[in-house]
Design a protein around this ligand. Structure first.
Ligand code: TRP
Ligand code: ZN
Length: 889
């Protein structure tokens, strides 16, 4: 059984290691690594404990003397050296095997290239070292390898020298001027194409930007380069933060566990988040690339210059950096727009971010893996790169931003860098900085009640009741906040959880949908930011002329669930008139959710009239942006609906969802077709991924899909025509999805074959070819097993596994929720676990919430989890998930 690591057990490392010298003799099968460093301590006679895994030891020298086997202690995970003095020179030689490394952690081979991935604990698979984020060292790295095999030899920082050696070998020496923890170390070697750009930073320093990709992919790195330059500029302008290196490299990798990695000066990216060209990349991917390039670049300050003391503090860098990339994307989407249009563009970004939070993070926060954004324990840290740490973490930063305002927040961040630059710190340090600024701005108040956001798991529920006194023109709002124990909190039922400080933005409308000004204390307005921080609390508004229609939690000002009982007619009013674009969308979504739930419950009162009234108005609207309309006219996903249902009944929700989708599509099929024709690109327009054009394409492709669902006689013909004429992947993909999901088998096969033939040499597009099938209504377990036999399927490539297996297990509701679907899931978890435990553990999480399902699914899933648990060779990663899933119900 794996051991839990506890946050409260933190001990500073007893040694300092200011410099680290590394020498690599690069080979695919065996790479020799020689490390040299001096350790310093104030406490002599302390054992030096170094982390190391999957390494073969060649030799250890201490102060120049080679140790014999009885002079050190070696286990599977550690090297212990008994030292006597305050200062010792350590030299270690070891060998690792990149070719055999299927985990994609440490040094691994991908194609004919070598990459490293060190976060969180991968450096220990390269050499024995203090592999923890609070040991900061300055690295010098010598890379030696075959000149033909590895023309590029890259590491962090500045290139000091490059020279030829005997036997067709060459050597590059890199020096990183900034001290860093081992998780930010990187090496890349191989043959590549390289796109370069020299630009001047705000202070006038010249920097070299390089985008490094597989040979032949040069043309696909232009967008990433543009995004990188936008990121640099944005961080200068909005945060006053400049690039601190002379050289900044971004490398594309075909095999990669996650999105990308912020290694100092040498970011490594999943190819899916770098490579783009109009004909093979969708609008969504263009946006994702910009966001991830931004994210990794922003880490250079929030993560690298100021880093984490230990992995419990992960959200210190991730929550803050996600908040920054969200704001970057929002600013980029609103660029060039003004007033209402700019607001609407930002609302679309907010809608998309909140949708991700609700689909991924809310269920996590209600299941066995629920954890605070600063966890108190973990078994395997790579299991904690979660939606909670990232997305909820970003929401927590956003609440600070809301409480302080933009200028206050920026002032606080200035203090943050002034105080903590070059250090490894905690979330408490960050909170302290925010609190100081808050107290400066709000004499007598503080952020004490905010700390629960770091300490407690679970999504708070706020239930609101309204009492309106017409005679007194007074509206009294009662807020009741609930924070029941969830996840690990259920195992240690100690103290009661405390109420959280919730910034709650509220708007007032009247029954006709017009804004209504009311009074709170001295303030007369139609919108207020309330400070909710009690379990029960009431707020009294005066001068309320008529029964208010409340627009609640505007802009999603806090990551909570709001309960407020109100007549459907009020939701309709908000759906039509709410002047807050986010809340308007929210009202439309609530209306749709209610309709689906009553259909699923075979509720006699179930009727679609209200939603039809709202959609009828929206679909004629020519003022709202196309991007906004495409969100407003989409039903909440089955996964999101399920997260609101207990017990979860996936098949009935799926059926109700489908029924409503069908009814709406048929009801509006003529309007959809008009919308489709009204949103055609102007002739000869060159492709641009900007938000306005992308919005138009999103709405057009939604219209096409709706027409197909309605079985409009024109739909498939139009889809075929769009497919044939498409000059960009968004349009080709939109058409293909319709043709594969809604046409008959013959037509579908025709297009699948055509698409494959056209794109067989582009791995990222072939990923799409796998996923369009995995999510298709006709696709079942048998076909999934068959598609796995396709020569292009490869379980070792995470993108491919995600395209087929993850898509099938998470998004093909009808096929996966069957006995054979669950068998498939179990078998894939086990097969992946033997290769890549990080990826396997993520797949395992697809059903960690088994106990929330209705019967018979609940028991059927339980049996599969139990059989995974009994597997003789299970990784620590999967062990933790399964163990928690089976013990925390
Ligand atoms: N720190 C990276 C980011 O957020 C993500 C990351 C963490 C990662 N662990 C990883 C990427 C392992 C790849 C593999 O940008
Ligand atoms: Zn990150």
């Amino acid at each position: 059984m794996s051991q839990s690591i506890l946050r409260n057990d933190y001990q500073p490392y007893p040694y300092q290691i200011p410099y680290l010298h590394l020498q690599f003799f690069l080979n695919f099968n065996q790479t020799k690594v020689c490390s040299r460093f001096t350790v310093y301590t104030k406490k002599p006679s302390t054992t030096l404990v170094l982390d190391g895994e999957e390494l073969t030891l060649v030799s250890i020298r201490v102060d120049g003397m080679t140790l014999s086997a009885d002079q050190y202690q070696l286990t599977d995970t550690h090297l212990h050296l008994s030292l006597t003095n305050t200062e010792h020179l350590i030299e270690i030689e070891s060998i690792c095997e990149p070719e055999k490394n299927t985990t994609l952690m440490g040094l691994y081979q991908s194609g004919r290239q070598l990459f490293t991935q060190c976060e969180a604990e991968g450096f220990r698979r390269i050499t024995w070292f203090a592999d923890r984020p609070d040991v900061l060292s300055r690295y010098t790295v010598e890379l030696i390898g075959d000149k033909t095999q590895f023309p590029y030899l890259l590491s962090n920082g500045n290139l000091i020298s490059q020279s030829d050696l005997d036997n067709n070998q060459h050597k590059a020496v890199w020096e990183d001027p900034f001290a860093k923890p081992s998780y930010l170390f990187a090496v890349v070697a191989g043959d590549f194409d390289c796109r370069e750009e020299k630009i001047k930073t705000a202070s006038g320093r010249e920097v070299l930007l390089q985008l490094i990709s597989d040979k032949g992919d040069y043309d696909k790195t232009e967008w990433a380069m543009q995004s990188l330059i936008s990121s640099l500029r944005w961080d200068e302008q909005r945060f006053g933060l400049e690039l601190d290196l002379d050289r900044y490299m971004v490398v594309s990798a075909a095999d990669f566990n996650m999105g990308a990695m912020e290694n100092k000066g040498l970011n490594v990216f999943n190819a899916a988040y770098v490579l783009a060209q109009p004909e093979s990349t969708t609008d969504q991917s263009y946006r994702d690339i910009e966001a991830v390039i931004g994210h990794e670049y922003f880490h250079n300050w929030t993560g690298n210059r100021v880093t984490c003391r230990d992995w419990f503090q992960l959200s210190l860098k991730e929550g803050l950096t996600v908040f920054r990339d969200q704001e970057f994307s929002a600013d980029m989407m609103a660029m060039g727009l003004e007033g209402h249009a700019a607001k609407s563009a930002r609302a679309v970004k907010r809608i998309d971010d909140v949708s991700v939070l609700r689909v991924a993070q809310f269920p996590e926060d209600a299941g066995p893996m629920a954890h605070p954004i600063r966890p108190n324990s973990y078994e395997e840290i790579s299991n904690f790169y979660t939606a909670t740490i990232y997305e909820k973490g970003a929401e927590v930063i956003r609440m600070f931003h809301t409480l302080l305002g933009e200028s206050g927040f920026q002032a606080a961040l200035n203090n943050y860098f002034a105080r903590f630059d070059g250090q490894a710190i905690t979330c408490d340090d960050f909170k302290q900085i925010m609190d100081e600024q808050y107290q400066k701005q709000n004499p007598g108040l503080n952020l004490e009640a905010f700390s629960g956001w770091y300490e407690q798991a679970g999504t708070p529920t706020v239930t609101i009741t309204l009492h309106y006194d017409a005679k007194q023109q007074q509206a009294t709002l009662f807020f009741k906040q609930e924070n029941p124990a969830v996840g690990v909190e259920l195992l240690a039922p100690t103290t009661d959880k405390k109420p959280l400080l919730i910034p709650f933005k509220i708007g007032f409308l009247n029954q006709a949908g017009q804004t209504q000004k009311v009074c709170l204390h001295q303030d007369r307005n139609h919108e207020f930011m309330l400070r909710i921080d009690q379990t029960e609390q009431q707020v009294v508004f005066n001068d309320v002329q008529s029964t208010p229609v409340l627009s609640l939690l505007r802009d999603f000002s806090a990551p909570i669930i709001v309960n407020y009982d109100r007549p459907t007619s009020e939701l309709v009013t908000l759906a039509k008139y709410d002047d807050n674009a986010f809340s308007r969308w929210q009202a439309i979504q609530e209306l749709a959710s209610q309709t689906i739930f009553s259909l699923a419950n075979a509720n006699a009162e179930a009727n679609e009239d209200a939603l039809i009234e709202v959609w009828g108005q929206l679909i004629q609207d020519r003022i709202l942006s196309a991007a906004y309309l495409s969100r407003a006219l989409s039903l909440p996903s089955v996964r999101q609906l399920l997260s609101q249902q207990r017990p979860m009944d996936p098949l009935s929700i799926q059926a109700a969802h489908q029924h409503l989708e069908q009814a709406l599509a048929e009801r509006f099929s003529a309007q959809w077709l008009t919308l489709y024709h009204d949103h055609q690109p102007t002739a000869n327009a060159t492709y641009s991924p900007d938000a306005l054009s992308a919005g138009v394409r999103a709405l057009k492709n939604l219209a096409l899909k709706q027409a197909a669902i309605a079985k409009h006689p024109e739909a498939l013909r139009i889809a075929a025509q769009q497919y044939a004429q498409a000059t960009n992947m968004t349009d080709q993909w939109g058409a293909l999805t319709v043709l594969v999901h809604y046409a008959d088998a013959e037509l579908r096969e025709h297009y699948l074959t055509a698409f494959y033939d056209q794109w067989q040499h582009n791995a990222l597009v072939i990923d799409r070819w796998f996923s369009v099938q995995a999510t298709a209504p006709y696709f079942d377990v048998e076909q999934a097993l068959q598609l796995q036999q396709h020569p292009d399927f490869n379980l070792r490539n995470p993108n491919r596994a995600r395209a087929l297996i993850f898509q099938f297990c998470t998004n093909n509701i009808t096929a996966i929720h069957t006995e054979s679907g669950y068998d498939f899931w179990r078998d894939q978890v086990l097969a992946l676990d033997a290769l890549n435990p990080e990826i396997s553990a993520r797949l395992c999480r697809a059903f960690d919430n088994w106990s929330q399902f209705v019967e018979p699914q609940r028991s059927q899933l339980q049996v599969r989890l139990q059989s995974i648990a009994q597997h003789p060779k299970l990784s620590a990663n999967v062990t933790e998930i399964i163990h928690k899933a089976l013990t925390i119900e």
